[in-house]
Design a protein around this ligand. Structure first.
Ligand code: DAH
Length: 339
């Protein structure tokens, strides 16, 4: 019996020694120490042994069991330790490796210019509002004193959805939406996308952006318009910027003007940038026409106002010295990230 036990023990230790995985050690445990294992069957055989021998043999079985168990446990913990170490080695992070750069986008020059214009007017107490890109003829033309069949409509041909619904040609319709709300006074800035049936070239696009401004209050005069826009030009192009107003015609303002700024490249001397004139045109403006006020239920005897419209792309092209508008729409990141 003793010999048999020694044999079992030797075989168990040999198998433990030969195990190269935790599952194998578990098999050894089951085969030798489990319910149907070799040692258990020896214990079951005790009943065939003389009673006085039984305690001794029982003791012997327990000793062998304890020895196998302790060797097995040691082997298991060795193997677990080795596995942990291997895992840690595999997962080690080299903190000296250069990090992968996250490519984040870049604000578009139009957006940068728009936010700059907004910042200046918000600083003067203007509210930024939005109007719809799909408009009716009434808001885009009629309520701006441009009646049906007026020749001014030819200059602003657009994309008609039907006879009455169109893609707006100007942000000026937003003036009407704001005036109709009936909340006075008004100091609003309305940036947005506009559409015209134009061929693409270096200075034209069928879709571009404008920033509309409107002020309505009591006692607003042309002096307010001039002061406001002169201040705006200084903030945008520099303290030394001068402005010049040239008479013009817009149906919805009377009188109307176009405003030029002194060339910020040459300071007014005349250069390639301002085509030798020393001046650069940047916006249209004027005093809101009494017809326009009346159509939006504002009494021109009590209230007056001024309005202006800035071409956003024009500002972006000027400020960042870009000479072809098409570059603004290609969205090439190598171009965009320069600004
Ligand atoms: N809407 C005009 C255009 O697209 C620009 C403009 C001129 C807007 C004068 C105004 C204004 O508000 O007073 O050409």
């Amino acid at each position: 019996m003793k010999e048999k036990l020694e044999q079992i023990k030797a075989e168990a230790l040999r198998q433990i020694e030969a195990s190269d995985a935790l599952e194998k050690l578990n098999e050894v445990r089951v085969n030798f120490l489990g319910k149907k294992g070799e040692l258990t069957s020896v214990l079951k055989g005790l009943k065939d042994i003389a009673p006085e021998e039984r305690p001794k043999v029982g003791q012997l079985v327990n000793d062998v069991r304890a020895q196998i168990e302790s060797v097995l446990e040691e082997a298991v913990s060795q193997m677990e330790k080795a596995a942990r170490e291997a895992q840690m080695k595999a997962e080690v992070i080299d903190v000296t490796l250069p990090a992968k750069k996250n490519k984040i986008g870049h604000r578009h020059p139009n957006t940068i210019a728009m936010e700059e214009v907004e910042r200046i007017f918000v600083g003067m107490g203007y509210e930024v509002v939005e109007g719809p890109e799909i408009e009716t003829d009434y808001y885009n033309f009629e309520a701006l004193n441009i009646p049906a069949d007026h020749p001014a409509k030819d200059e602003q041909d657009t994309f008609y959805i039907n006879g009455d619904i169109l893609l707006r040609t100007q942000t000026s319709g937003t003036q009407v939406h704001e005036m109709e709300k009936g909340r006075l006074p008004i100091r609003m800035l309305a940036p947005g996308r506009v559409f015209r049936s134009d061929e693409v070239d270096a200075t034209h696009s069928p879709s571009f952006h404008q920033i509309e401004g409107l002020v309505i209050d009591k006692h607003i005069t042309f002096a307010d318009l001039k002061g406001t826009l002169a201040e705006f030009a200084k903030e945008l192009f520099g303290e030394d910027t001068k402005v010049k107003f040239r008479p013009h015609h817009f149906n919805f303002t009377e009188p109307s003007a176009e405003m030029d700024v002194s060339c910020f490249k040459c300071g007014g001397e005349g250069c390639r940038f301002c085509k030798g004139s020393g001046w650069i045109e940047i916006l249209g403006c004027g005093m809101v026409h009494p017809n326009v006020l009346r159509m939006s239920k504002i009494d021109p005897e009590k209230y007056s106002g001024f309005a202006f419209g800035i071409g956003l792309e024009r500002i972006a092209l000027l400020k960042y010295e870009i000479d072809d508008m098409r570059l603004l729409y290609e969205n090439d990141i190598r171009f965009l990230k320069q600004f």
